[in-house]
Design a protein around this ligand. Sequence first.
Ligand SMILES: Cc1cc2nc3c(=O)[nH]c(=O)nc-3n(C[C@H](O)[C@H](O)[C@H](O)COP(=O)(O)OP(=O)(O)OC[C@H]3O[C@@H](n4cnc5c(N)ncnc54)[C@H](O)[C@@H]3O)c2cc1C
Length: 593
Amino acid sequence: MPNYKAPLRDMQFVYDELLASENINQLPGMEEFTPETIHAVLDEASKICEELLFPLNRTGDEEGCHFDQGEVTVPKGFYEAYQEYKEAGWPTLMASTEFGGQGFPHTFYMLFGEMLCSSNLSFAMYPELTYGACNAISRFGSDEIKQKFMPKMVAGEWSGTMCLTEPHCGTDLAQIRTYAENGSDGHYSITGSKIFISAGEHKLTENIVHLVLARAPDAPEGIKGISLFLVPKFKINDDGSVGDNNSVSCGSIEHKMGIKASSTCTMNFDGATGYLIGTLHKGMEAMFEMMNSARLGVGLQGVGLAEISYQNAVEYANERLQGRALTGAKFPDKAADPIIVHPDVRRMLLTMRAYTEGARAMGGWIATYHDKDLKSSGQEKIDAEEMVALMTPIIKAFFTDIGFEVTNIGMQVFGGHGFIRENGMEQYARDARITQIYEGTNGIQALDLVGRKLPRRMGRLLRHFFHPIQNYIDQKLEEPNLKTLASPLDKAFGRLQRATGFIAQQSMKNPDEAGAAASDYLRLFGLVSMGYIWLRMAEIATQQLADGEDPFYQAKLDTATFYMERLLPQNSTLFANIMSGSKTMMSFKASSF
Ligand SMILES: Cc1cc2nc3c(=O)[nH]c(=O)nc-3n(C[C@H](O)[C@H](O)[C@H](O)COP(=O)(O)OP(=O)(O)OC[C@H]3O[C@@H](n4cnc5c(N)ncnc54)[C@H](O)[C@@H]3O)c2cc1C
């Protein structure tokens, strides 16, 4: 059976040391979030994750959700756990104080959210979707809507969903058929079917608030004719209490490879009462608000699963006795040496560790821009918003790709026992797989990066990344202790710059060039960003080690070295792929596939 212990020491390192210079608690409204407060809350959060949610992870996977005549029941123990989670106030942590939330920084959420996903990803989906829906409503909803829905949603009494996908359209939302008609009293009447709706139906909460994309009357064709509507499962009475059914029903639930305790529902809207959110025909703008926070959240899912897989792989590698170390027996009194003596097993464990700690740190770094975007003003706010926009597809796709890679390696460390259900490792890989698909597939994230983010504002978004990182690498190349780590990063960074120029130039002549390069480019960008954050961590570790030995900082420095020597070199293959252009793919005859 797997175990989980929240990696509090590493989280403190990220928050207190790596991100200290970002001064998050000096932003307006963030003054109370001192490192001491953050530690105390993370400590409490670790208990709820380890003791309440983690024990339900495997049983939830075994049992899955149940569907019976339109009603969905979550696995045993989930209802009680949700009530405990809600009553302890955990759903309020991140929400705005205006509606009863506690307004914690996003930088904190990257750590708390990771624990939730490590301990029980299916459970985490329910509050995470509500949080995303709250973001969209608080930004685009009318005052009346906000007053009516936000306090209950923030408190976790009501939950939220996002309803985009239809049977014939997932990526291409321009094809949406769900439609809205003008109701008699200023409301809309929503009709259509949505599929794959996470948390679409369950009994964890008293009401479910669906955010539904639909076409309003006289909508222009395509993506520019889509509006966003809030459609509650139950109507709300004038006194704010939950009223009658709102012609929203669940037609079925999906039987899935992973996240089995998260209900994935077909939702039917049959003339249901809906309220417009944001501007008519501009629903995608509001939905992007929800999707952007959700994409960062999905990136976190990759980190959370990678972490728990790593922890259990290390434990197993220390216990499993197979073969002898190549350099001679390390434990001659035992029947064999533990597999952790073998270089190939160490390669696997260090790969898992370097990606996981790198992603935790990189996610925290980007979250500081999220906080600055929300809390600062003027140029600082614009710069932060641009940095978040640039990095969101990278966080989503790179982190979920490595989440799947790491959980897959975790199974490999267990050998055949990784493939056996009772050891738990295969669940992490199965759960991780969907993260590469939903919230926009990783291929679509890559297209967002090359097609929308690179050209946006004449390439200005890139400057927030390129200039400071170039300066930092240049400085570290001059420092004898860090030069050997900075040098491979410098080369990789140079390739990223050249690849960027190549894509910008080539895609003007032929858009297929950008499409063909996109996924390799996103990974290259992710690897270089992670390399930058590893160099910063190595710098801190080197400074600390100058005062004396310390296993934590030594491991940090050694993992940074492994990253630079063993993982970052992928950049040269990715660069070669990008520079080879689109021809081999696009000239291949369709009939020959
Ligand atoms: C468990 C689960 C939970 C989900 N939860 C939700 C939810 O809560 N709400 C919701 O609305 N949806 C949800 N989804 C739907 C999910 O977001 C979609 O499945 C996903 O966006 C992909 O859409 P699709 O399945 O229709 O694939 P398609 O759009 O048909 O794509 C198929 C393949 O073609 C590629 N492709 C498509 N178009 C392009 C293009 N223009 N350029 C390059 N490649 C392209 C894709 O990358 C993909 O590899 C969920 C799905 C699952 C399985």
